[in-house]
Design a protein around this ligand. Structure first.
Ligand SMILES: Cc1cc2nc3c(=O)[nH]c(=O)nc-3n(C[C@H](O)[C@H](O)[C@H](O)COP(=O)(O)OP(=O)(O)OC[C@H]3O[C@@H](n4cnc5c(N)ncnc54)[C@H](O)[C@@H]3O)c2cc1C
Length: 377
């Protein structure tokens, strides 16, 4: 068993860390306050090869593995989790196109997505409940050489900025996945939620009213939409959110440690108080454990394990890492005392960000349902 990262992974980590610290970090508070999508940072992430990191070079990607993707998400999110969420948000449709799309779809859509000239979103959740995907109501009806799509999606990351929307709908007999282009008549994707965290990231609604989508834009075989969606949810969304949560937790921990070493009470740094050391110790152990589960998930994906084999280990990684991000950022706010509530100390916003990691790709209890089923199988 070898736990060391390859030279390539280490170089990637250092490169992403430098970008996050030097270029992104000074802008975080302003971006968050303005709640405007950071197109310029997204383009920079594309220039660094991070958007299409797992996509083969033939389609404009970086042709690295999934562990590399998770390392990049972790490093970005250590500074600003919204950057990780932007990548994870656009990568879902890219993964579906790569694995289920036709050669024509891959050649047309993947290169501009890798360059971040275009952005995509991955739309599954409906008002009928993200936990109960089979209850979705959006419907695709075949007509001549196109499908007519009607329905509504909610809580979709990047909905208001995506040029390509991967939408999963019900069809008369099953579920299908389609790539819709912004500008399709009948498509509305402007309304966004007023969330407390990652405010630069539009998470919103997609309404489809008699949208005509060419049959050539069906992604995967007819009837395979739910399978395509679940593969994206597992490999891209859940594993991605585990890595983003891990990075977020590290950022909170490092901020709390720095504060504890600088804050003087009773004539010495509070880091010397054992109660503070206990908190720091728990934070560090939790982060190490979350990293092991998350990197193991990436390693399993890169071993080519089947969707079924990946489901439980990735569910464990996401369940644990999101919980760690919440616990660590809460402990961070406590260590900072009153400063923990001040936005400029970048701690209370991390707690809000950590809470936002929990529902995406399946709530913690849904992940427990998955793990529990496997335990008693
Ligand atoms: C920031 C953010 C970004 C998102 N991005 C996307 C995106 O890009 N694309 C997309 O498709 N979706 C996205 N989502 C939606 C997300 O996947 C759903 O919020 C999630 O699946 C939960 O669905 P719901 O909100 O409808 O809650 P519900 O499904 O209504 O669940 C409500 C409660 O019931 C509990 N529950 C449900 N079933 C069970 C059960 N069997 N046993 C025990 N408890 C249960 C849940 O745990 C939860 O506590 C995003 C959500 C957020 C918050």
């Amino acid at each position: 068993m070898d736990f060391t990262l390859s030279r390539q992974h280490e170089m990637l980590r250092d490169m992403v860390r430098e970008f996050a610290e030097k270029e992104a970090s000074p802008q975080v508070l302003e971006i968050e306050e303005k709640a405007e999508f950071p197109h310029h940072l997204t383009k920079r992430m594309a220039e660094l090869g991070l958007v299409g990191i797992f996509v083969p070079k033939a389609y404009g990607g970086g042709e690295m593995d999934h562990l590399a993707r998770l390392i990049s998400l972790e490093e970005l999110s250590r500074v600003y989790s919204a950057l990780g969420l932007i990548l994870e948000g656009t990568q879902g449709a890219m993964y579906a196109l790569l694995n289920e799309g036709t050669e024509e779809q891959r050649r047309k859509y993947l290169p501009p997505l890798c360059r971040a000239e275009k952005l995509s979103c991955f739309a599954v959740t409906e008002p009928s409940g993200g936990s109960d995907l089979a209850a979705m109501q959006s419907l695709a009806t075949a007509q001549d050489d196109y499908y007519v799509l009607n329905g509504r999606k909610v809580f979709i990351s990047l909905s208001a900025v995506a040029d390509y929307l991967l939408v999963v709908t019900r069809s008369p007999n099953n579920y299908d996945a389609f790539l819709m282009e912004r500008g399709t008549p009948g498509l509305e994707a402007e309304r966004r939620e007023n969330f407390l965290a990652e405010r630069c990231l539009p998470v919103g609604e997609i309404v489809m009213t008699d949208c005509r989508v060419p049959k050539a834009n069906l992604v995967g075989k007819e009837g395979s939409g739910l399978r395509t969606a679940m593969a994206c949810v597992t490999v891209i969304v859940r594993a991605g959110l585990a890595a983003i949560s891990l990075g977020l937790a590290r950022g909170a921990y490092e901020g709390a440690l720095k504060f504890a070493k600088e804050r003087i009470l009773y004539g010495k740094p509070i880091a010397e108080l054992q109660a503070i050391q206990f908190k720091l110790a728990d934070m560090e152990v939790a982060i190490d454990a979350a990293r092991h589960l998350t990197y193991h998930a990436g390693w399993l994906i890169d071993q080519g394990k089947s969707s079924r084999e990946l489901t439980t280990p990735i569910a464990k990684a996401k369940l644990f890492a999101t919980d760690v991000a919440t616990r660590v950022s809460l402990a961070g706010t406590q260590i900072l005392g009153g400063y923990g509530l001040a936005l400029e100390h970048n701690m209370i916003n991390r707690l809000n960000e950590a809470l936002a990691m929990v529902p995406g790709g399946g709530t913690s209890d849904i992940l427990r349902v998955i793990i529990g089923r496997e335990i008693i199988r």
